[in-house]
Design a protein around this ligand. Sequence first.
Ligand code: HSE
Length: 274
Amino acid sequence: MKHIKVFAPGTVANLGCGFDVMGLTLDGVGDVLEVGVAENAEGFEIRNRSGVELPGNVEENVITPAVRALLEAYGRPVRIEVEILEKIAPGSGIGSSAASSAAAVYGVNELLGGTPHADNVGPALLGGVVLVRGYRPFDIVRLPVPDNFFYAVAHPGIVVSTREAREALPKRIPLSDAVAQWGNVGGLVAGFALRDVALIGRSMHDVVAEPYRKGFIPGYDALKEQVLAGGALAMNIAGSGPSVFALASNYEAAVRISGEMKRHFEGLGIGCNS
Ligand code: HSE
């Protein structure tokens, strides 16, 4: 059996206004998997050594459909063993499912010598700031990132299921909200392309998801007011939450703001990593 150890980063989806179409990767936070592959053999096994609670049944692990899709494209018998060594907690809002499926598919793909389908796992695989211009077919665009772009992310110790956070969203939105949203998405993409962090910050305004999801995050409005008053260029929900992010134009400000966000949650009796 051939082996490879893979790191896949945590990701923050939406970036405020870009619901389901924008995402970026985080430095130094992510999943580590060891993937083993034997050709001309069969079987699929996942072992969890991460200490984070995950479904014991292989069929319920998010890795499974991603790896099966790749194997279907490959078309020959392969035995796969995946050992999960480090894991972002599920329900954190920083791309737990994306990280493990991206890492597993990347690992299998490398060991099998590469097939084109690996690209489909999306932003966690590509890195940087990513726009999903279309899903069918996938049209993924990596955007430039300004040098003075810093993200502070706080992960409070509560779980928000993405399914519930999606069910909380309206199925239809008024045209005036749609106009506001696509104006901001345009501003966000222009901000990256022009490397203009102030334009990025004022475009991270969301009328589609944040108003319906912020109730899942204790003290959200008060925290946002405090963080913006303290110099953040934007604050919003990371993916479907409960993690939140703030944008800053220098590292020191991002560190200070991440401390403020951590203290906010701890003050409410909720443990927090930032
Ligand atoms: N775009 C998805 C959502 C990301 O906001 O529901 C989930 O983390």
